[in-house]
Each structure stands twice: as C-alpha cells, then as structure tokens.
Design a protein around this ligand. Structure first.
Ligand SMILES: *[C@@H]1O[C@H](CO)[C@@H](O)[C@H](O)[C@H]1NC(C)=O
Ligand SMILES: *[C@@H]1O[C@H](CO)[C@@H](O)[C@H](O)[C@H]1NC(C)=O
Ligand SMILES: *[C@@H]1O[C@H](CO)[C@@H](O)[C@H](O)[C@H]1NC(C)=O
Ligand SMILES: *[C@@H]1O[C@H](CO)[C@@H](O)[C@H](O)[C@H]1NC(C)=O
Ligand SMILES: *[C@@H]1O[C@H](CO)[C@@H](O)[C@H](O)[C@H]1NC(C)=O
Ligand SMILES: *[C@@H]1O[C@H](CO)[C@@H](O)[C@H](O)[C@H]1NC(C)=O
Length: 471
C-alpha cells in the first residue's frame, strides 16, 4: 500500500490584492448540450478504499483583482476555455515525481494538461505579455528536462485559462509517478508564462478529459488555431489505460481551518494529516456519511470548434452534471430539514442548472438570480463588489443555509465555507457563492467540494457524492 501523508502546520498567509478594472465581456459564443445522455464505457467501479492515494496540500496564492474576476473572463470565442479561478488563496496541490524529483502541481479538474515551468522560462506580464523578472511568476521548483524527457517534434503547448493566465511550451513524453503508479505521460515543459504563482507549485495537473488538452501542431504558438489542436491522453486517462487502476479517481478536499476561515484573525491553520486526498482507482481514507448520490457526467460543447463541426460533437469535456436543484433555507431560526428548503428562483428551470465540479476554482459560480438571492440572505446581506468579482459580506455575518440537491440527496454547504476572507488585507470578507453570470455551465468549486467526497467515475460516466458530515 502506498501512503503519503504530510504533517504540516500551515501558517495563514494573507495575499494582498491590487485593484484594477473588472470589465465584463460580451455574452460569449456558447453551446451547452443539455439532456443528451452521455455514456461511459463500463459498469461503475466499486466504491472501495484505494491503495493509491496522495495527500493534497493547500497553497496560498497572491492575486490581482483581474484574477479574482477570472471566471468572468473565460474566452469562449478563442476555443474551449479550461477553468482555473483561485480566490481566497485556496488551491490544492499534489506532488508528481519525475526523474526522482517531486514537483508540487496544482490539481485541477477543470483542465487537462500537465505542465511544469522549466528552467530558463520567460515570465511575462499577465496583461501586456511583456517580459518581466522570473521571480514575478512565483513558481516553485523549476523543471530541468533531462534524458527522461523525450521531446515530441512539431507540437507546441499553448493554453489560456479562464483566469487570464497563459502558458506556452514544448511537449515531451516522460515517466511520471503519482501515488506510487508510474506511467509514460505527455507533459509540457513551459517556456513562456503569464502566471501569478504561490511560490510553492511548479505547474498544474489537469484531470479533465482529453478533449480539453491544448497541444497544437507546429512549433510556433502564435500560429495555433483550434483546427490544429492535437488532443492527447492526459495523465488520468493514461493512468487508467495502463490498467494499473480502475477508471475512477476521487477527491476529498478538506477545510484547513477550524474558525470561520477569517484570515485577519491571524490564527494559524490547525495541523491536519493532510489538506485533502486524491485517490486513484478508488476512495481516499476519509469518513463519509449518509446516502450516496449518483449523477451522470454530461456532455458540454464549448467553443467554435464544436459549432463549425471541426471537433467530434458532442463529447466529454468537463465534469458536468445537472443537480436536482440548489436549495436555501427560508429561516435562519430553524435547523436544516430537507423538506423546509425551497428552490432558489431561476428564470429558466431551477432544476436545470448545469454545473461542473472544479477543484481548480475556489468559489461556486451560480446563475445571477441565484447568487443575488443567496447574497440577500446573509445577515447583514452580502453586496456585489465589482472589484473583487464577488459578494462582499461582513466577516461575522450569519450565513444562509445552502445546499445542492443531487439525485435526491441534499448536500448542505457548511457555514464555515460560506464566508471567506477576501484577501485584500483589509480584514474584509466575501461570500462563498459568486455570480456566474449568463455563462453555463456554472461551477461548484472548492466551497462545495469541501463538504463531500466526490468520486469521478470516468469509466461509468458518472459522479458519485457522499457527505463528509461535519468536520
Ligand atoms: C512534496 O514534495 C516536497 C519536495 O520533495 C516535500 O517536501 C513534500 O513533503 C511533499 N509533499 C507531499 C504531500 O508529499
Ligand atoms: C498543422 O496541421 C494542419 C492540418 O493538418 C496543416 O494544414 C498544417 O500545415 C500543420 N501545420 C504545421 C505547422 O505543421
Ligand atoms: C495561442 O493560441 C491562440 C489560438 O488558440 C493564439 O491566438 C495565440 O496567439 C497563441 N498564443 C501565443 C502566445 O502564441
Ligand atoms: C476506508 O477508509 C475509511 C477511512 O480510513 C475507513 O473508515 C473505512 O472503514 C475504510 N473502508 C474499508 C472498506 O476498508
Ligand atoms: C424543470 O425540469 C424538471 C426536470 O427535467 C422537469 O421535471 C420540470 O417539469 C421542469 N419545470 C419546468 C417549469 O419546465
Ligand atoms: C481596502 O482598503 C483600502 C483603503 O481603505 C481601499 O482603498 C480599498 O479599496 C479596499 N479594498 C477593497 C477591495 O475594498
């Protein structure tokens, strides 16, 4: 049995945000395929404890305001846009071993490429793309491709995330080890980066579908067009295709603090065995309770490639589901009881809000009407803050009860996750749900995922959820 634990006392680091303009883009070109029953390729994997799992560690991250507005800047017109929107300095990384060296990589279920910043890379200004000092990108240990890295000719890596970060680089095949399992994997060695790092992580590990990989033919990124995209098998696909694990992984993201999460209190995070687990082929060692909920992973089709037919259509991209409904409690005075909760108002159909499960996004992003309705339920109410792209709220406000009903099971979001420090250094807070505007699929980010074990059964084409209870 492989078992990696980290006993770390994490000290809270408050990131300071700079201010900037939050411009809202025009309504993007977007096509969401609802209701089409996607199919996995085998029966559901058994929910048993995995023998391979790795600890996740929380990384803090310094953000500019334009990054805070990350999700709003998803550029659908230039192609499929992987999500990556970190707020409140909360992102989780796991170590990937290459040539005997461990690289902390952010784990993102909203994108698919595995990339590492390599020695000698050029750090670029996020807005002007002008060269700036390497240290400004704030990466952890840099990768120095050696004999293990077999370059792939005539292919380049070029990605822009929903947060506006962009990367270019070269591809190679290398033996990588995750949770004790070794495979040969196509990875990108990044040579150009517009990035705001955390000084810990060296890159990212995308766990979404092959259709979201960003390899292009040719060696010049500026010549990349969607039609030249060459999808490849990302790391998780390679792992299960190797036959070493069942085609399932699961995530238990843990809340790393015991108070309301307030950064300004100056308290250190409580030491935990880990800030979460990624399990390969089964479940991680965390306690869960209540009923299991199972929901089919749905196809989405984002980007012009799908509209003009140049990409197979439709197909799996993100881990997208449609919950039964999003729930709130009418009164703060009574305890949560499922049948007392009412669906939030939605102009279309409250039971038809399509969401993706995205470990790389801190907050939940909900339809406008829902996010505003929830904001109004805080006491005192949370108010939209355009600078932050979030609802500002009194750090000591009373949070509303909020739950996501999935396949008949209610998953309440713990009140500790409903208010987060806003990292302005002003000792002020934001609400856990933000306005996803008119851009489905919406996002259940870490605010939700801290409350449930999420099983990504790629083989069966379904997600399974079980409550983590109160912890
Ligand atoms: C990740 O790798 C670093 C560097 O080797 C090590 O210090 C750290 O303990 C590792 N973390 C985990 C969770 O294994
Ligand atoms: C990339 O592939 C396209 C389509 O096959 C081809 O037309 C183009 O010449 C290729 N470009 C390079 C630089 O290889
Ligand atoms: C990356 O590809 C896009 C097209 O997908 C292109 O517009 C952009 O210029 C490329 N980025 C760089 C840095 O060359
Ligand atoms: C799986 O691990 C959890 C947490 O350690 C434990 O409570 C549970 O009993 C284990 N299940 C099995 C079947 O071993
Ligand atoms: C909303 O969607 C649900 C589930 O598909 C359906 O049963 C219900 O009739 C719909 N309601 C409206 C008002 O369309
Ligand atoms: C933080 O406080 C400063 C000084 O009062 C103010 O200028 C700034 O706008 C505040 N930041 C936010 C995001 O409200």
């Amino acid at each position: 049995m492989r078992f990696f634990t980290l006993l770390a006392l994490l000290t809270l680091v408050c990131a300071l945000l700079s201010s900037g303009d939050a411009t809202r883009p025009a309504k993007p070109q977007l096509l969401v395929v609802r209701g089409i029953k996607a199919k996995g390729f085998q029966a559901p994997s058994e929910d048993k404890n995995a023998s391979a799992y790795v600890s996740m560690t929380r990384a803090s991250r310094q953000w500019s305001t334009s990054h805070i507005n990350a999700y709003h800047k998803r550029d659908f017109d230039s192609g499929i846009a992987p999500t990556y929107a970190i707020q409140q300095a909360q992102s989780w990384y796991v170590n990937l071993t290459i040539a005997g060296k461990e690289y902390p990589l952010l784990l993102d279920t909203g994108s698919s490429d595995t990339w590492i910043a390599s020695e000698g890379f050029q750090c670029l200004d996020l807005h002007s793309a002008a060269p700036i000092a390497e240290a400004d990108c704030a990466f952890g240990p840099l990768y120095s491709p050696d004999k293990e890295f077999k370059p792939i000719a005539n292919e380049n890596f070029n990605i822009t995330y929903g947060g506006g970060e962009f990367l270019t680089g070269t591809f190679g095949n290398a033996q990588v080890t995750l949770g004790g399992i070794s495979v040969i994997q196509q990875i990108a060695a990044v040579t150009g980066a517009g990035w705001d790092g955390d000084k810990i992580s060296s890159g990212m590990m995308g766990f979404a579908y092959p259709s979201l990989t960003f390899a292009f033919n040719g060696t010049e990124p500026q010549n990349d067009v969607p039609a030249n995209q060459i999808p490849y098998n990302p790391l998780f696909t390679t792992l299960y295709k190797s036959g070493k694990i069942s085609p399932v992984f699961s995530l238990a993201i843990s809340r790393p603090f015991t108070n309301s999460g307030s950064c300004m209190s100056g308290k250190s995070y409580k030491a935990r065995p880990a800030d979460g687990y990624l399990a390969l082929g089964g479940l991680p060692p965390v306690a869960t309770t209540g009923h299991w909920a199972t929901s089919p992973i749905q196809y989405v089709a984002l980007g012009p490639g799908y509209v003009d037919g140049s990409l197979p259509y439709p197909q799996y991209q993100f881990y997208t589901i449609t919950p039964d409904s999003l729930l709130y409690k009418d009164s703060h005075k009574t305890k949560y009881r499922a049948n007392q909760w009412s669906p939030l108002p939605n102009p279309a159909n409250s039971s038809q809000v399509q969401v993706m499960l995205d470990s790389g996004t801190t907050l939940n992003y909900l339809p406008t009407e829902m996010s505003y309705a929830l904001a109004a339920l805080y006491e005192p109410p949370a108010v939209w803050n355009d600078k932050l792209g979030a609802f500002s709220v009194d750090c000591n406000a009373k949070s509303p009860d909020f739950a996501v009903k999935i396949s008949g099971v209610d998953f309440p979001v713990d009140k500790r996750d409903m208010i987060l420090d806003d990292n302005t250094g002003n000792g002020t807070c934001i609400a856990g749900n933000s306005d996803g505007m008119n851009y489905p699929p919406y996002i259940l980010g870490d605010v939700f995922m801290k409350n449930a074990l999420v099983v990504f059964d790629v083989g069966a084409g379904e997600l399974r959820f079980r409550s983590r209870g109160t912890y």
